[in-house]
Design a protein around this ligand. Structure first.
Ligand code: ADP
Ligand code: MG
Length: 450
């Protein structure tokens, strides 16, 4: 098994523009952590290392219950690959593990939140903001991908790679769909204002399950209503996607969102104004109600399928020609003298939450053929792992937007397997749509639960 310093590397947790995130287990204490390992091979140089350094500097100064805290960091790690290769000077952070999974996968798979549940999470987010802003820190990449859960369903803000300690900023950082208009238009902006704008988008998604606009730019089909003071139209159209139309939204919700989305950042609410707002002070779900809600929805997601088992017909050449070895940083390795089809089933780790997984008692090879069948039907850009029952696929939608995802089949007990999807790149909503398709494709193979 691969190791990095005192951690065993158990599996992939996710991936971002600059990093591979792995599940690590401390060799002595057995504690589980997230290891964020720099992607760039030349980790001592370049922008990526700079980004990592800022992240470390800011995270060293942070400790809050609704933020993923950093445990340690080094640019001098020793990585030992499973095949015996050793790499020195590896740059990585050990982070507190967010073991409850991704909040937005949960919403995408199980439905939007009632306002009291959304308020519970919005309060936690504002608590974290208050803490960060009191230290002069802005996050600058608030978006669904960077909001995770701990094992008690509390919100945890992740990814301080773009964070800043200066009030006034100019660099074009963040993710377009969650950027405030002043960044999109160019020029100087205030990092903390931009966080509050993104928090408005996140709140909107929690309550509706869909984004409010594609981009906060005056030319955007939806955001133009904000700029032209036609919020009545904005809500009328968004109401059409909800049961009961516009009545679905409470008056105070509409009022707060309108305020948060203001084009002019000087008229947007401050943190203290948000905390005084009527919507903020409405009924909040209790811890017990949150637990009950999650348990109920998880049971719904775990339901076995009544559909037929899909037929598969994947020629052997497909596996042979598309099977590759990858190292821990995700680079393809020369596998010319390695046996291609010598796979081992990875172990499912029960304490790790994820809302994009299901279970099966069907034979392993049949499950692997099913995912291969899905891949060849949906994409021409995919590869099989040569060492595990795992596949990486690139899938594009009609507008050529790409999502990169990994599907792992893991052993979850005798004759039982867990099939899990992990997003590697692209849009979180699109990833969730593809996961739903995969789940549908497996049909009758979904015949047991955890
Ligand atoms: P990047 O800066 O490269 O975008 P992130 O910090 O956002 O990297 O991490 C990438 C992905 O890894 C996240 O979207 C998440 O799925 C996973 N991840 C990151 N940190 C943790 C953590 N502490 N616990 C569990 N998973 C994590
Ligand atoms: Mg990220």
């Amino acid at each position: 098994m691969a190791t990095i310093d005192q951690y065993q590397i158990l599996r992939d947790l996710g991936s971002g523009a600059f990093s591979q995130v792995k599940l690590g287990k401390h060799i002595e204490t057995g504690d589980l952590v997230a290891l964020k390992i720099i992607k760039d091979d030349d980790s001592q140089n370049g922008n990526t290392a700079e980004t990592f350094k800022t992240e470390i500097e800011i995270m060293s100064d942070i400790n809050h219950p609704n933020i993923i805290n950093m445990l340690s960091s080094t640019d001098d790690g020793t990585l030992k690959e499973a095949n015996g290769d050793v790499k020195e000077n590896v740059f990585y952070l050990a982070l507190e593990l967010a073991s409850g999974g991704e909040l937005f996968d949960f919403i995408a798979q199980s439905g939007s939140f009632s306002e009291p549940v959304a308020r519970f999470y919005f309060h936690q987010m504002m608590d974290a903001f208050e803490y960060l802003h009191s230290k002069g820190i802005s996050h600058r990449d608030m978006k669904p991908d960077n909001i995770m859960l701990d094992n008690e369903f509390n919100l945890k803000i992740a990814d301080f790679g773009f964070s800043s300690k200066t009030a006034s900023n100019q660099s074009f950082k963040g993710t377009r769909s969650y950027m405030a208009p002043e960044i999109l238009i160019g020029g100087e902006y205030h990092g903390q204002m931009v966080d509050i704008f993104a928090a408005g988008i996140i709140l909107f998604i929690m309550v509706t399950q869909i984004p409010p606009f594609q981009m906060a730019h005056p030319k955007d089909g939806w955001y133009k209503f904000v700029c032209s003071n036609r919020m009545d139209k904005f809500w009328k159209y968004h109401g059409q996607n909800q049961p009961g139309g516009i009545e679905f939204f409470s008056k105070s919700f509409i009022d707060l969102i309108n305020w948060l989305f203001n084009f002019d950042h000087t008229t947007r609410p401050s943190l203290s104004e948000i905390k005084e707002h009527e919507w903020y002070n409405g009924p909040v779900a209790t811890k017990d109600e949150i637990t009950e809600e999650f348990t109920k929805r998880q049971a719904m997601l775990d339901q076995c399928s009544d559909d037929a088992v899909p037929e598969t017909d994947v020629p052997q050449e497909v596996y042979d020609s598309k099977s590759v070895h990858r190292d821990i940083k995700g680079n393809v390795e020369d596998s010319s003298n390695l046996p291609v089809l010598h796979r081992k089933e990875a172990e499912y780790i029960a304490c790790l939450g994820s809302f994009t997984k299901f279970f099966s008692e069907s034979p392993l090879e049949e499950l692997f053929a099913t995912i291969a069948q899905f891949a060849i039907t949906k994409s021409s850009d995919y590869e099989f792992s040569a060492s595990e029952y795992s596949i990486i696929m690139n899938i594009a939608d009609e507008s050529e937007q790409r999502v990169k995802l990994q599907i792992n089949i893991m052993s979850a007990g005798e004759n039982k397997h867990c099939i899990e999807a992990v997003k590697l790149a692209g849009d979180r909503f699109q990833f969730n749509d593809i996961y739903k398709e995969i789940k549908g494709f497996f049909g009758g193979h979904i015949n047991t639960t955890a």
